[in-house]
Design a protein around this ligand. Structure first.
Ligand SMILES: [Zn+2]
Length: 205
């Protein structure tokens, strides 16, 4: 088999990067690697590209591994649409390419189709088999189209900072007179009685 390169990296190195970054070699990240590789090639190396990813699952990690775009630096926007597609585009012209896993094309790779359409239980499709199929499919299961970006390209503004009169913590005033947590949208409460003795010591001061 000829050597597969993903964004210029030998596939073995990419697999190892996925393992380290994502925790395991998830098929979605591997497939995402081919998608990013394709989009990068179409957009061109010389272009400073931003990314929009249409699912929170797996795909953002492929973008973060293979491009300078990260969630934290704001060059990658992540939409919670659960669609296996992404766009890379020139941030100056807003022209770019959208690459998607093409369900019609996946029918040529039954394991990939069944996984994508969630027609098969994990136990019935071993990871190695699925990942091997993805390696064989490569771009053959993908479609790409030129796009002009009309939304979600703007920089996310941070807004003014103030001190919440309820908790005394700094927060963005965009949230209103109180921080979002003090408005009842919080995700935690003080843990008065931690199960772990180490934590019990840590809260004692
Ligand atoms: Zn508060």
């Amino acid at each position: 088999m000829e050597e597969i390169l993903i964004a210029g990296k030998p596939v073995e190195a990419f697999l190892e990067e996925i393992r380290k970054f994502h925790g395991w070699v998830a098929p979605g990240v591997l497939l995402g690697g081919f998608m990013v590789d394709y989009a990068l090639e179409l957009v061109g190396k010389e272009v400073e590209a931003d990314a929009i990813v249409e699912t929170r699952f797996c795909l953002p990690d492929a973008v973060q591994l293979l491009t300078p775009c990260t969630f934290g630096n704001g060059w990658m926007k992540v939409l919670d649409w659960d669609k296996f597609a992404l766009s890379l585009y020139d941030k100056k012209t807003r022209e770019g390419f959208r690459v998607r896993l093409d369900v019609d094309k996946t029918t040529a790779f039954p394991d990939l189709y069944n996984w994508f359409m969630k027609l098969v239980e994990k136990k019935d499709l071993p990871l190695e088999v699925l990942n091997q199929t993805i390696l064989e499919a490569g771009r053959e299961a993908l479609s790409a189209d030129p796009v002009f970006i009309t939304n979600y390209y703007a920089k996310i503004k941070k807004g003014k900072t103030g001190i919440c009169p309820s908790c005394g913590e700094a927060y963005t005033l965009r949230q209103g007179a109180l921080c979002i947590s003090c408005q009842g949208e919080g995700y935690y409460q003080p843990n008065e009685n931690p199960a772990d003795p180490f934590l019990r010591r840590a809260v004692s001061y």
